[in-house]
Design a protein around this ligand. Structure first.
Ligand SMILES: [Zn+2]
Length: 653
């Protein structure tokens, strides 16, 4: 792993830090400790030049939070000799002058580096009373040692620059400038927009918790990479990551935690003290307005005895049933993806009033929940730091696995901020051909919706032409003109009836072009999955696959009409869904399509529709088709992720 901060040597400080000691043998260089660089923190207790033993105390100012972080450079190392580094935290005091638990400063292994860029771990240290002794064969004249591989604001900025250079979806930005005059670097994948799922990840509200920045970096590194699932997530979501929130305390080597009057993670009020909290709040509210926020994660490091990653969740009673189910689904995905060496085994703890009766409301994850009105999954991830396994690589791996779990969770999810299916009046534009206009599917849908229990008003417009394809609609331009008029809740895309089966690449080429226009006006794309020709029933497999794949790529919905037809024909061979040509629909066929659209777009149960609402379809047939539509749409919503289960809008809760 590379850490990219500049080391500034300062002779004056070197002199000040070097204790009076016996002069070393003339042939040997003198060991000296330096802490005058970004993130540096060390106070020399003693240096035994003859034995090569350096005894150091963490140097952070307790007024700036827990004084447990340490990081220093050692010069004058005799290459031939084993070096002994003793971190002695036994005399530390907190900001109130009370003794500070030394164990926070003592990971099992220290991080060390010859050049400050490539870091590795020492062997396991030997624990003493309030101290830890690490021995290292440095084989170089100088080396860096730290609580963990350092990750400062400068590291974050450089890391994000590198990510943006290799991934065009990554946009670096500066969240804010701190009172210390430093930038808080951040990166965003995708733009916020209606229909785009929002994700917010921040790390290091507590400056000493360096490991959480490595988790964030692992997530970003994976997101920017070639993994298909990362690419899918980038397309569907707008993800913001802030790897270091408390840049100022990180820069001066302070711990941040419990800094008076309160630290960053108790600052999420209406009037935050810290610039990065205020800026994050503003950014998050803007994301919620523009598209919604589905997942919020605050990354931390826990206590020294926590030996596996775990999550802080809100109390059950603060969550709706649906929201709680979302948490459980996300956690199940984490168990599947976070396989270690730092393995998520399902552990959770409760945040909220039981965790901090006075300040729980002002913690990051609580504030994010409140900002989204409880519609988000907001959690704190605690990744261990004290174990031998807590190498930079393994922490980054936690970040990557977190990304995989987010992808899994959001794969079938629609944007909660755009509940068009909860409206009582909907505007729908149909783009298609005779499969749409024969028997007037749009009008039949409106008739059914108006007759249903919610008396929904579905107003439709159409751009239809016999035999037309999505490619043709795109090239002729009128469809795009109609989309751009705006005001649509949904735009239905129906390709020519053979194209998705015979020439799927055309569907995959032109659907995204139309979808991009649809997104621009804040509407949701719904694909109209048509049915197989009467003489070629297996054709449905290809149709279904193409529509499902395209919808998944785009984060759009599918009305699985073709699958409903298949189910109806299998159960009632006597029922004629086809017109005489074996291609177009009979009135019963269109009725089934309308019921599938009704269930898909409104989340309502089509079997609650009065069976006599459409005169051309006998009541008994209507009841049967309603049931088929309900079962098909329900099966699709409940199916595990996979290409056989097209995504659908979130049903009404
Ligand atoms: Zn923390």
């Amino acid at each position: 792993m590379r850490s990219l901060f500049a080391v500034v040597l300062c002779v004056a400080s070197f002199a000040a830090l070097s204790p009076a000691a016996d002069p070393p043998a003339a042939s040997r260089p003198a060991l000296a400790v330096h802490n005058d660089f970004e993130g540096g923190s060390a106070k020399v207790l003693s240096i035994d030049q003859d034995a090569g033993v350096v005894r150091v105390q963490p140097g952070g100012d307790p007024k700036l939070g827990w004084p447990c972080w340490w990081s220093f450079k050692l010069t004058g190392i005799d290459r031939a000799r084993t070096l002994t580094i003793v971190i002695d935290a036994s005399g530390l005091k907190d900001h109130a002058g009370k003794p500070f638990d030394p164990s926070w400063a003592l990971p099992a292994r220290a991080a060390w580096s010859r050049d400050g860029r490539t870091w590795r771990q020492t062997a396991d240290g030997k624990a003493g009373k309030g101290s830890m002794t690490y021995t290292v064969e440095v084989e170089a004249g100088e080396a860096h040692f730290a609580w963990a591989e350092p990750f400062t604001g400068t590291t974050a900025a450089e890391f994000i620059r590198q990510v943006a250079a290799r991934c065009k979806d990554a946009q670096p930005f500066v969240l804010c400038r701190t009172p210390g005059g430093r930038d808080v670097p951040a990166v965003r994948f995708g733009q916020p927009a209606p229909g785009k799922l929002g994700v917010w990840v921040q790390a290091r509200q507590h400056a000493w918790e360096c490991g959480s920045s490595h988790v964030a970096a692992g997530l970003v590194h994976w997101l920017a990479g070639d993994d298909e699932r990362a690419a899918a997530l980038r397309r569907r979501t707008c993800i913001t990551v802030v790897p270091v929130m408390d840049v100022d305390n990180v820069a001066v080597g302070a711990g941040g935690k419990n800094q008076p009057p309160h630290d960053h993670n108790r600052d999420w009020s209406d009037k935050p003290l810290y610039a990065s909290v205020a800026a994050a709040q503003k950014e998050i509210l803007s994301l919620i307005r523009q598209g919604g926020l589905e997942v919020c994660l605050d990354l931390h490091n826990p206590g020294k005895n926590d030996r596996e990653p775990f999550f802080f969740l809100p109390p059950r009673e603060q969550c709706s049933d649906a929201n709680w189910a979302d948490y459980q689904r996300f956690l199940a995905g984490l168990r599947q993806e976070m396989v270690g060496p730092l393995t998520y085994k399902g552990r959770t703890r409760e945040s909220g009033p039981k965790y901090d009766p006075k300040m729980w409301r002002f913690m990051g994850a609580s504030w994010m929940r409140q900002a989204t009105d409880g519609h988000t999954v907001a959690m704190t991830l605690e990744t261990p730091w004290s174990l031998s396994e807590c190498s930079t690589d393994n922490l980054r791996r936690v970040g990557r696995e977190l990304g995989l779990a987010i992808e899994l969770y959001l794969r079938d999810r629609r944007c909660a901020a755009q509940p068009a299916w909860e409206k009582d009046t909907m505007q729908i534009l149909f783009i298609g051909n005779s499969y749409t206009y024969v028997n007037d599917l749009p009008r039949m849908l409106s008739t059914l919706a108006a007759a249903g229990p919610r008396k929904l008003r579905i107003q439709t417009d159409r751009q239809v032409e016999g035999g037309q394809s999505l490619m043709g609609h795109w090239n002729k331009g009128q469809a795009v003109e109609k989309i751009r008029k705006g005001g649509w809740d949904f735009v239905v895309l129906q390709d020519q009836s053979l194209t998705p089966a015979m020439r799927p690449q055309l569907t995959k080429e032109y659907a995204p072009k139309l979808d991009a226009e649809i997104r621009k006006v804040g509407a949701t794309t719904v694909f109209y999955m048509t049915w197989a020709r009467k003489k070629d029933p297996p054709m449905i497999d290809k149709l279904s696959r193409t529509y499902t794949e395209v919808a998944r790529e785009l984060g759009a919905a599918v009305a699985p009409v073709g699958l409903a037809w298949k189910a109806a024909i299998e159960q009632r061979a006597d029922l004629e869904l086809f017109a005489a040509d074996g291609s177009h629909p009979s009135p019963a066929g269109t009725y089934l399509a309308a019921c599938v659209f009704y269930a898909t777009l409104t989340g309502e149960d089509p079997t609650k529709l009065p069976p006599g609402a459409v005169k051309a379809v006998p009541a008994e047939t209507a009841r049967f088709l309603q049931t088929i539509a309900r079962d098909t749409v329900t099966a699709q919503a409940a199916a595990p992720s996979g290409l056989d289960s097209p995504p659908a809008p979130q049903p009404r809760k």
